[in-house]
Write a protein that binds this ligand. Structure first.
Ligand code: PEP
Ligand code: MG
Length: 830
């Protein structure tokens, strides 16, 4: 049975509290240590008396020590330090209220509960009184590492001005700052009376519910107490690092979703994949691992296992963080920084430790319990924004549990609906079940981000860049998603839903008609043939492409073979993968294989890529390949071997200069010779082209045209580089628009250079499949369009309705306009 010690500055108070507690639980050993052992100075705390009291109440089940204030804590800690190590581990210093805590703890100890539970009960000791008085009890706070708020403690009071209070990001910065110092730091919400809480625990701080205008008191004790308070004050003066340059309205639009939860509200995002979807909201949740509940014989080993899993999770989060940082989105990066803090938060570690050591629970069970409990408590807070952070705790919890159980967290959706997610990694999107996912709505991302591209290839309506508010939509809320307008409607009126349902059905019928005709070539009314081909990344895509009526492959993104693995695929593995695609496409449909395009938003785990300030302007794609010729030639040999038997062409990505193209061609020739030297067949000639996705290549198209066999305009990157607006960044998505006249001018220049040299120019960026862009591209002189398979039938239909001469005229008129919107408006109805 757990013993209890009561430490107070007054012997009478200590004895009185012990007396009350004993009255509730006579069987429990309860010892009092109050005042000084000096008759003339009775008030204070005495290390010797405390040590005696601990010895008196000692039990192998543990001892809970309740203290009043200030030096009581310090004296108790010193007394505990003098105990033999084995005993020390069984003493728990608890911040619960003295009288109420003593009584609640005694009752709990009496029924034989373990130490952690006795402590939890003591911490909740104020709840009955609060209930009786009809006020809200402050939630019990997790115990942090020893609090030494002795006489040397210093305090400051600060007012929080951030519109969202101490929400996740400022709280994370607060914890990071406090953690740089040795001092024990406590923070309390002076406005609501919550706390004090351990300033090095992000969860404990979240529980304080600090909102705009609240005053917090920070108390620090220890050698560098002054320094930590100064640093925290500086942080507060800097608004906890929150960007105040944004207008208030914008901030709330970004982060506070309450308005979105009202019936008939709508969210405006960016169109990412066309189509209309109606259905209930489904939050994207990773698979829940099945957690065993067996107990363990060796808690120390179990604890080590948990620490190792935490370390692995930390490494994974750091990797994600590095990727996010490369994309220069500081605010997003901070979310992952907060995730890292959860992994070392005493508010989670301490109860997990106690479940493992005291209750002999297995690590996965213990970690799941404590993260669930924490998420529940955060989820019960008043503050809407903080409530949403419960999902972050759950998320980190799940990752650690998956590490412990050695399972993967493939995403799942339990029932059909519209998937809501912060963002989707390409792997997440690829793993979605199209039978359950009716549409995709994400808080982040741009229309040419790779997850948006995947949504199009799956034929799923999608809207991206909706802002964090999308994550607050209640599970099951009825939604309408319009992928073409980029709109998400929440709880629409039945009449509006019926209107959209009708529109969706009409679109489906039109799509069915287009599919029925999709096998035939796309010839304009004035008899110009436009080749309509597919963008693919796998054999499954190749099959879908044929079904959709693709006349070949205009872009085979080979990088999907290289991503999400720890070692590079060798030549034979690549050969098998490319050949498998070629077999699906057959001998009459050409395949343009794009050589490896990694870097930027597609890092490789096994090629050392240093962190770069501007990865999209850095060492990526052909640049990396030319610097690693042996690695690159493995791919080129694999391609050449397939090209011996199938109509394969090679395309180099991210070409900026002729010298790069020539160097790549030389390596292709070397690869050919190496294959021949092995006695294997090679093609007599292999057509070689470049992606025009860097403005330099478009501007020098005439010079390139003399040497290449074809151009394929990568309008996703071409737009990003022309406008200096990152393609995955929702904030600059309005700028990163392929309809910008500057981009259209480069497309025209490239197409004209190709024509003049008797070559051809196609488009394989996302514009190629955009129904509104097709007339424009054809008018600018593009003769091949490569797109995600689902877009092919409609694209062919549009082409069949065009007259090239009229399209050219309109395109030239469009080029004279100022803005993408004006251009779209001018083209409407073509
Ligand atoms: C492009 O940049 O337009 C393109 C097709 O390549 P990716 O989207 O793979 O960068
Ligand atoms: Mg590109």
């Amino acid at each position: 049975m757990v013993g209890i010690v009561i430490v107070s500055h007054s012997a009478k108070v200590a004895e009185g509290a012990a007396e009350l507690a004993r009255a509730m639980a006579p069987e429990v050993r309860i010892a009092a240590a109050g005042g000084l052992d000096a008759p003339d100075r009775p008030l204070g705390t005495d290390i010797g008396l405390i040590a005696n009291a601990i010895a008196e109440a000692y039990s192998d089940d543990g001892v809970l020590v309740l203290m009043d204030l200030g030096s009581a804590i310090l004296s108790t800690e010193v007394a505990v330090e003098q105990l033999p190590e084995a005993q020390r581990a069984r003493i728990l210093l608890c911040e619960a209220p003295l009288i109420e805590g003593a009584i609640a703890a005694a009752v709990q100890a009496r029924v034989g509960s373990p130490l952690a539970q006795v402590a939890a009960e003591a911490r909740a000791g104020l709840a009955p009184k609060a209930a009786q008085l009809g006020v809200e009890a402050p939630p019990p706070l997790e115990k942090g590492p020893g609090m030494r708020a002795g006489p040397e403690a210093r305090s400051i009071a600060l007012t929080v001005h951030n519109p969202l209070g101490l929400h996740a990001r400022p709280a994370a910065r607060f914890v990071q700052t406090a953690a740089r110092f040795q001092a024990d730091v406590r923070v309390a919400n002076a406005t609501t009376g919550r706390g004090p809480a351990n300033a090095k625990s992000i969860n404990a701080i979240a529980m304080l519910g600090v909102r705009q205008g609240h005053t917090i008191t920070i108390t620090a004790a220890g050698a560098d107490a002054e320094a930590v308070l100064a640093a925290l004050k500086q942080l507060a003066d800097a608004n906890f690092g929150d960007d105040d340059t944004q207008k208030e309205g914008e901030k709330r639009k970004d982060k506070t979703p309450s308005a979105f939860l009202l019936p008939h509200s709508s969210l405006q995002g960016l169109p990412a994949s066309p189509g209309i979807a109606l259905g209930p909201a489904r939050r994207f949740v990773s698979a829940q691992p099945q957690v065993p509940d067996h107990s363990v014989a060796d808690p120390a080993h179990e604890w080590e296992t948990l620490l190792a899993a935490l370390e692995r999770t930390r490494a994974n989060i750091r990797k994600t963080l590095a990727e996010v940082q490369r994309r220069a989105d500081r605010q997003t990066a901070e979310i992952f920084e907060a995730h890292l803090l959860f992994l070392e938060d005493e508010a989670l570690l301490e109860p997990a430790r106690s479940l493992i050591f005291d209750e002999k629970r297995n690590a996965a069970f213990a970690w799941q319990q404590v993260t669930h409990a924490m998420a529940e408590r955060i989820g019960a807070l008043e503050d809407e924004y903080l409530r949403a952070r419960a999902a972050d705790v759950e998320d980190v919890g799940r990752q650690v549990v998956a590490q412990l159980l050695g399972v993967s967290l493939a995403p799942t959706l339990s029932a059909p609906g519209i998937l809501l997610a912060r963002d989707l990694a390409p792997a997440d999107t690829a793993g979605l079940d199209p039978a359950l996912v009716l549409g995709i709505a994400t808080a982040r991302g741009g229309p040419t981000s790779h997850s948006a591209i995947l949504a199009r290839s799956l034929g799923l309506p999608a809207v991206v860049g909706l802002g964090e508010g999308v994550l607050e939509i209640a599970e099951g809320a009825e939604l309408i998603l319009d992928g073409e307008a980029g709109v998400l409607l929440v709880e629409p009126e039945p009449a509006l839903a019926a209107e959209y349902a009708q529109k969706r059905d009409l679109e489906r019928a039109a799509a069915a008609r287009a599919r029925a005709e999709s096998a035939a070539p796309a010839v304009t009314r004035d008899n110009c043939r436009i080749e309509v081909v597919a963008n693919i990344g796998s054999t499954a895509d190749a099959r879908a492409a044929i079904e959709a009526g693709a006349e070949g492959v205009g872009l085979f993104r080979t990088e999907f073979l290289f991503l999400d693995r720890t070692t590079a695929p060798g030549e034979d593995e690549q050969y098998a993968a490319y050949r498998a695609v070629a077999e699906v496409m057959g001998s009459t449909r050409p395949i343009i294989i794009r050589t490896l395009d990694v870097g930027g938003d597609k890092p490789l785990a096994y090629v050392a890529m240093e962190r770069e300030e501007n990865p999209f302007l850095g060492w990526r794609a052909i640049r990396m390949c030319l610097d690693n010729p042996e690695f690159f030639k493995q791919q080129l040999r694999a391609i050449v071997r397939v090209a011996a038997a199938y109509p394969v062409k090679v395309m180099f990505p991210m070409i900026a200069t002729l010298a790069e193209f020539r160097a790549a061609k030389d390596l292709l020739a070397e690869a050919c010779a190496e294959v021949q030297a092995r006695g294997l067949p090679t093609p007599d000639h292999i057509e070689t082209g470049i992606m025009v996705e860097i403005p330099a290549a478009a501007l020098r198209a005439r010079q390139f045209a003399a040497e290449v066999d074809f151009f394929s305009l990568g309008t996703n990157d071409l737009t990003q580089y022309t406008l200096a607006a990152e393609r995955g960044n929702a904030r600059v998505a309005q700028l990163a628009d392929g309809f910008q006249p500057a981009v259209l001018g480069l497309i025209r220049q490239t197409a004209e250079a190709a024509q003049a040299a008797g070559k051809w120019a196609g488009v394989c960026g996302e514009m190629a499949g955009d129904p509104r862009a097709i007339p424009l591209l054809v008018g600018l002189g593009v003769t091949e369009l490569s797109m995600a398979a689902p877009a092919i039938p409609r694209a062919k239909q549009i082409i069949r309705g065009l007259e090239v001469s009229a399209a050219r005229e309109r395109a030239l008129q469009a080029l004279a306009l100022e803005t993408p919107d004006e251009i779209r408006a001018a083209l409407a109805g073509v």
